[in-house]
Design a protein around this ligand. Sequence first.
Ligand code: SAM
Length: 224
Amino acid sequence: MSDPHGPIRSYGRIKSRPIKPLQAGLLDTLLPRIAVPPGPFDPRALRPGAAEVWLEIGFGGGEHLAQQAARRPDALFLAAEPFLNGVASALRHIDALGLDNVRLHASDARDLLAALPDASLDRIFILFPDPWPKTRHHKRGLIQDEVAAELARVLKPGGRLRFATDWRDYAGWTLERMLRSGRFDWTAQGAGDWRGVPADHVTTRYETKRLGDCAPVFLEFARH
Ligand SMILES: C[S@@+](CC[C@H](N)C(=O)[O-])C[C@H]1O[C@@H](n2cnc3c(N)ncnc32)[C@H](O)[C@@H]1O
């Protein structure tokens, strides 16, 4: 598959097992209705009056996305995920919960970031991104200096970003890149703030598998 970001793909497969008929139907009917528009767009125009605009990058099966969107019907949720089985699963949750405040980008989040205006988001979640633990694969990790700069550009001053991983090196890697962007403060006051599960967190499917080399780490950043 061609990749607009060049040879470096930050994700693995975009389709695995066959998609169940109900979910395949939702890909045909619901996804076109709630897909973000192609090209640059202002999220506030998608849902005028939305109190806030939140973004989840790499939502996997969409459990966290759907639960957060159900909790905050006053907010608009943008969400990006190139793995088609994940998109299909998220559509099932969105349909089952009757959510009308979610808009999906069934592809690379970096394209969605590029399409957003400056300071257009209130909150971003990046939860358990693909770890790429081998050193020669580090460049495939989602968090790179250019991505940190883009995340800062689209977040409003004071906007928040939550990053979670269960890979020790990826936590350090991300902390380093976010802080050296010069645009984020790490809000932790002590170890409990990164080892503890945030009160509003929704456990993700990947998180329950415990595939990493450490307990989940939650890094909370504020854009300044
Ligand atoms: C390890 S999974 C975790 C999924 C989910 N957040 C969870 O915790 O269950 C990482 C996900 O990030 C997605 N991903 C990787 N690179 C991405 C990118 N550039 N844009 C959007 N999603 C991406 C992958 O397709 C995959 O579904």
